[in-house]
Design a protein around this ligand. Structure first.
Ligand SMILES: Nc1nc2c(ncn2[C@@H]2O[C@H](COP(=O)(O)OP(=O)(O)OP(=O)(O)O)[C@@H](O)[C@H]2O)c(=O)[nH]1
Ligand SMILES: [Mg+2]
Length: 301
């Protein structure tokens, strides 16, 4: 007779400085894009779930915004959301960028963890970018400055170390039923996912301060009988000069952003999408409570 199968399930949060590769790693683990990624800092603005199954275990990862000294209201909400993700999880993986090493943001997080008396798992990511000796020195310095239950050397880019991490995490999960259906990989509503994809394209297509002055919202979503969807989105900017940059010469930039976002959205949804982007100047969108509610961010953080 077969023994009854025992399942386990739990949450692990990735925290770390901006740009260390938290979202890339969650996407790599899930095997699909659940969280947007860019080469710029502060890409992720809220908590994003990435769910995966390994043998009898369902592991739910919480991708969080990077932690840095906040200046604006949005920054404060993002950083609060990251720490909130850490406190909601069964375990925390503190991710450090092997190339960047211990920069000031990383040092601040190390100190906060120490103050909270919190033992976390250390993940050193981007090991594909450094020599082994650099990596070993970094690991030694980190362990002198923090309390870690385990250390993993990872590359979200190549997948190095990821299997080993997952094998070890399954051992730490409490027994219990799975919390999500077997085929579910995230919990983000389609409207928000669509807005995030457009924001990712903006991060990839526009530079300097512009991405930080921008937010995207899905205003309307109409599903047609033939299976296609008509999606209207508003790109909020803070100044008219920024609107001109987002539009580009003869509208070329926004056309490019729209094309890239539409293609990705069509791939994800498996049906045609008619995407309409509108740019609106709203100087203080960062102080509008409505901009925060859809993300589940705390306006008063
Ligand atoms: N070479 C290399 N690049 C990586 C690796 N992981 C992530 N990256 C790159 O690092 C950049 C930042 O990745 P993200 O996943 O957006 O980083 P993040 O920590 O989620 O950043 P925030 O959301 O801003 O906090 C992107 O350009 C990734 O392609 C890695 O293992 N190796
Ligand atoms: Mg991210």
């Amino acid at each position: 007779m077969n023994a009854p199968s025992v399942t386990s399930c739990g949450f692990f949060a990735f925290i770390g400085a901006p740009n260390v590769g938290k979202s890339t790693l969650v996407n790599r683990i899930v095997g699909a894009k659940v969280s947007i990624v860019s080469s710029k800092v502060q890409t992720t603005r809220t908590r994003v779930l990435g769910i995966t199954i390994r043998d009898q275990s369902q592991i739910i990862f919480i991708d969080t915004p990077g932690i840095f000294p906040p200046k604006r209201r949005l920054d404060r909400a993002m950083v609060a959301s990251a720490w909130g993700g850490a406190s909601d999880a069964d375990g925390v993986i503190f991710l450090v960028d092997a190339k960047r090493g211990i920069d000031s943001d990383t040092r601040i997080i190390l100190n906060s963890l120490k103050k909270q008396n919190r033992t976390v798992i250390l993940g050193i990511n981007k090991i594909d970018l450094v020599k082994k000796s650099t990596l070993l020195n970094l690991a030694a310095t980190l362990t002198e400055n923090g309390t870690f239950s385990d250390i993993f050397m990872l590359s979200a880019e190549t997948g190095d170390g990821v299997d080993d991490l997952l094998d070890n995490l399954t051992e730490l999960l409490p027994n219990g039923p799975w919390m999500y259906p077997e085929d579910q990989i995230s919990d983000m509503p389609s409207r928000l996912l669509a807005a995030e994809i457009t924001r990712e394209k903006i991060y990839q297509q526009l530079h300097q301060e512009l991405p930080y002055a921008v937010t995207v919202e899905t205003e309307k979503w109409e599903q047609a009988d033939n299976g296609s969807a008509k999606v209207n989105q508003i790109i909020f900017v803070q100044k008219s000069g920024q609107k001109a940059i987002v539009l580009g010469k003869g509208g070329a930039k926004i056309k490019k952003i729209g094309e890239l976002a539409r293609k990705e959205l069509e791939n994800l949804l498996g049906h045609r999408v008619h995407l309409f982007l509108f740019v609106k100047v709203r100087e203080k969108w960062g102080d509008d409570p409505e901009r925060y509610s859809e993300w589940g961010l705390d306006f008063n953080a």
